[in-house]
Design a protein. Structure first.
Length: 254
C-alpha cells in the first residue's frame, strides 16, 4: 500500500503541474480585450447649437388646407437670424434646435392658437477650428471627427519661436454667453511626458500666447470685446457672442 502511494503521488503531482502549465499558457496567449475607446454615453454630450450657414427645416404643423405647404427650409444668415412668417426675423445662432423650437412657438402663439413647431437641422455649416496667437499661420482650418490640439497647431504651421507651449488655451463655446477654457501643457505632450492629446471640437479656438496668462477672465473679456484684431472680423461659430461667464478646466496639473 505504501509503495502504491509512493508511485501514484508523483504521477498526480506531475499531472497537476502539467494542467497548471497549460492553463498559464492559455492565459498568456489569450488576447487582451481593450475597451472600445469610441464607446461613450451620448446622452451626456451637449446638445448641438445652431450657427450661421446651417440649413434648417421648420415644420409649423398642420394647416386647415392640406394642399398648403407648412414646411419651410431656411439657411441661418451671417447675422445669425432666420425669417419666420408671420413673426419676422428670429435669432437662431447660439440656440439648440429645441431652444429655437420653443422660441418660435412662443412667438407664433400671439397669432395662432396652440401652434406646433418642429426644428430639424438638415445640414451643418463647414467644420472649422480657429488657431490664433503665436503660430506661423493664424486662421481657421477645416476639422473632422477626433481632431486633436496638436493637429490644430500643426495645421497652422506650428509654433513660433517665442510661443509659450506650456500655456496653450483651448476655448470652447458651450452656451450663448459662456465659454469653457482648458489650459494645456502641450510642451509635455510634445516631449512624450503626457500621452493624452486634448480633443478639439467644431469652432473651438486654440490660442497660443507668448507669455503665461494670469487672469483668464480678464484676458477673455478683452479677446471677445472686439478690441482684439484676431476676433474683430468675427469667427465662424462665434457670431453674436458676448462673454458672460468663463469655466476653467485644467487637464494637466501645473
Amino acid at each position: 500500500m505504501i509503495r502504491f502511494v509512493h508511485r501514484v503521488l508523483p504521477a498526480c503531482l506531475l499531472a497537476l503541474m502539467l494542467c497548471g502549465a497549460v492553463t498559464a499558457a492559455g492565459a498568456a496567449t489569450k488576447p487582451n480585450l481593450v475597451a472600445d475607446t469610441l464607446g461613450m454615453d451620448w446622452s451626456q454630450v451637449p446638445e448641438y447649437r445652431i450657427v450661421p450657414g446651417d440649413k434648417l427645416l421648420l415644420n409649423l404643423g398642420p394647416k386647415a388646407d392640406p394642399n398648403l405647404d407648412n414646411v419651410h427650409e431656411v439657411i441661418v444668415r451671417s447675422d445669425g437670424r432666420i425669417t419666420v412668417h408671420p413673426v419676422g426675423d428670429v435669432v437662431a445662432a447660439g440656440l439648440t434646435p429645441m431652444d429655437l423650437q420653443r422660441a418660435i412657438t412662443s412667438l407664433l402663439s400671439a397669432d395662432f392658437r396652440s401652434p406646433r413647431v418642429t426644428v430639424e437641422v438638415v445640414s451643418t455649416a463647414s467644420n472649422q477650428v480657429h488657431v490664433l496667437g503665436r503660430v506661423e499661420r493664424p486662421g481657421s482650418y477645416p476639422t473632422g471627427p477626433f481632431f486633436t490640439l496638436t493637429q490644430a497647431v500643426a495645421a497652422a504651421g506650428g509654433f513660433k519661436d517665442d510661443a509659450n507651449k506650456g500655456h496653450v488655451l483651448l476655448i470652447h463655446r458651450d452656451g450663448a454667453r459662456t465659454v469653457r477654457v482648458t489650459r494645456v501643457r502641450l510642451d509635455r505632450t510634445l516631449k512624450g511626458e503626457e500621452f493624452v492629446d486634448a480633443p478639439v471640437s467644431r469652432f473651438d479656438i486654440v490660442y497660443v500666447p507668448r507669455t503665461s496668462i494670469g487672469n483668464l477672465t480678464v484676458f477673455l473679456q478683452t479677446l471677445f470685446s472686439g478690441l482684439s484684431p484676431a476676433v474683430s472680423t468675427g469667427l465662424l461659430g462665434w457670431e453674436l457672442f458676448n462673454l458672460d461667464r468663463v469655466f476653467v478646466t485644467r487637464v494637466v496639473k501645473e
